[in-house]
Design a protein around this ligand. Sequence first.
Ligand SMILES: Nc1nc2c(ncn2[C@@H]2O[C@H](COP(=O)(O)OP(=O)(O)OP(=O)(O)O)[C@@H](O)[C@H]2O)c(=O)[nH]1
Length: 357
Amino acid sequence: MSESIIPPEVRPKPAVPAKPPHVVAPSPTAPHGPQGLGSGHLGGGSTLLGYIGIDTIIEQMRKKTMKAGFDFNIMIVGQSGLGKSTLVNTLFKSQVSRWSSAWGSEFKLPKTVEIKAVSHVIEEGGVKMKLTVIDTPGFGDQINNENCWEPISKYINEQYEKFLKEEVNIARKKRIPDTRVHCCLYFISPTGHSLRQLDIEFMKHLSRMVNIVPVIAKSDTMTPDEKNEFKQRVRKELEVCGIEFYPQKEFDDDMEDKNENDKIREAMPFAVVGSDKEYQVNGKRVLGRKTAWGVIEVENPNHCEFALLRDFLIRTHLQDLKEITHNIHYETYRAKRLNENGGLHPISANDTQESNL
Ligand SMILES: Nc1nc2c(ncn2[C@@H]2O[C@H](COP(=O)(O)OP(=O)(O)OP(=O)(O)O)[C@@H](O)[C@H]2O)c(=O)[nH]1
């Protein structure tokens, strides 16, 4: 059913909120101009007659978001042992990947790709985030890895379908639970040669349905020169194969966005190192990996690109990842689904419960 859906070639422009008109309004306590009028003006030339309070919307939004919290769903894909769990735990500075009890030492590799989601609520500065890490054990570990992207694509589409069913429901939930994959972190093996067929196949098939962020795993196993050459080669290969990773050029909002994203695209794929161990370096405790030559500091930009990845994923682009998921990937799925069905029929609350099981 849903797994056979191929997104159409032409996709809609993101319906992300337009940048607000540039408004300069004086604060209530600021001295007024000579006529006692506000000096604020709208892009169209209208003048605000004194302070209205439009700028408080930001604070109102902040309060609402603080109360509601938000969801972020990140999927990790890559061959076994590439440091996927370690990196995600390093990103969120806690054991967010897997249940320690369920993944004991007796854990065996599954015969096919399995998909497991584990959620945690993490809180910082009063903001709650329900983080779901979706793991894909078994990916790329079989003798024949042909089509091993299929269960992953099926899972992604199933989450779009769930959301769509909730949306068209007559008795809609006030807040639709969001299980859609906002970001797929794809781990490239640090071979130093080139991408494997499996990497290309996966990214080719999925880059149009989910935000893929490729990373070079365990980059401490390469010398700086090897790393730079490998990064260049991977970028070239992705370009030649027409694979678009996130942030996609076509969805840059404006020139400012484009300039920022160009820098990120040129630096990708980030060559990362993960660790959940702390060491004492120059009197400070740092996350790192101890080697015979010293400690590789995970968060030190001179040692690896983990900090670049973290800043990009969490500090600057997290909201955008969610918007592109909703406005582009989900929208593409929704439009296709509604078109092929002659419109999705509203379903009862019971149907939804069943389909969610
Ligand atoms: N050298 C090096 N080793 C790493 C790095 N990240 C993780 N490791 C080690 O690699 C091994 C596997 O790490 P995991 O995080 O379990 O890897 P995974 O990809 O989740 O593995 P699976 O559970 O088999 O899918 C562990 O011994 C880690 O300590 C890294 O950046 N560099």
